[in-house]
Design a protein. Structure first.
Length: 188
């Protein structure tokens, strides 16, 4: 599936977030979603989840009319060591350049509608367009998320785990997709 600048699913649409205020809204949505899940969040007084990668990332949002209901980002790195959670991937053969998919969040009331999949496919398509060789992701270490990534062609290193840098209570694992080993991610 090729995701254009705007794509609809039900009454929701996904598009790149361009302005600083849109990216800030995505950072606030990260906080709202994770706080509602009961995660302990470092620096919670800011009521955002952000890091220096937000400055160079491409961000996407899913909107139900004007309401932001889901968000995610993609970062590009010349070397694996520059990527968030790079330490989780040292045992894998990760060709560079690397794209890292991070910060996927969807409001609980909008889950189960394919929003995460739309955001995943948009980011994979962008990584292909930018000629990266590998996409890495350190998702929450739960079966359903790992299964959705496997369906997109990702290798899952279930035994390689850590914790999100922004929360000591959120366990993550390592997953990666090498493009020359996958034929048709767009068709998934």
């Amino acid at each position: 599936m090729t995701v254009s600048r705007t794509e609809s699913r039900s009454s929701c649409s996904v598009r790149e977030l361009i302005t600083a205020s849109e990216v800030e809204a995505a950072q606030r949505l990260r906080y709202v979603v994770w706080r509602s899940e009961g995660a302990v969040i470092h620096h919670s007084e800011t009521e955002i989840i952000a890091d220096h990668h937000d400055d160079h990332a491409t961000h996407w949002g899913v909107f139900d009319e004007d309401q932001l209901v889901g968000a995610a980002r993609l970062c590009l790195h010349d070397e694996l060591a520059e990527a968030p959670d790079a330490e989780l991937f040292v045992s894998a053969d990760i060709p560079s350049p690397v794209a890292s998919m991070n910060r996927l969040v969807v409001l609980k009331s909008y889950r189960g509608q394919g929003i995460g999949g739309l955001l995943d496919r948009a980011r994979i398509q962008k990584a292909r367009e930018l000629s990266t060789r590998t996409v890495i992701i350190a998702p929450v270490n739960v079966h359903s998320r790992k299964q959705s990534l496997r369906e997109l062609g990702f290798q899952v290193l279930s035994k390689v785990t850590g914790h999100a840098k922004w929360s000591p209570t959120v366990e993550i694992c390592a997953c990666y997709l090498v493009f020359n080993q996958v034929n048709a991610v767009d068709d998934v």
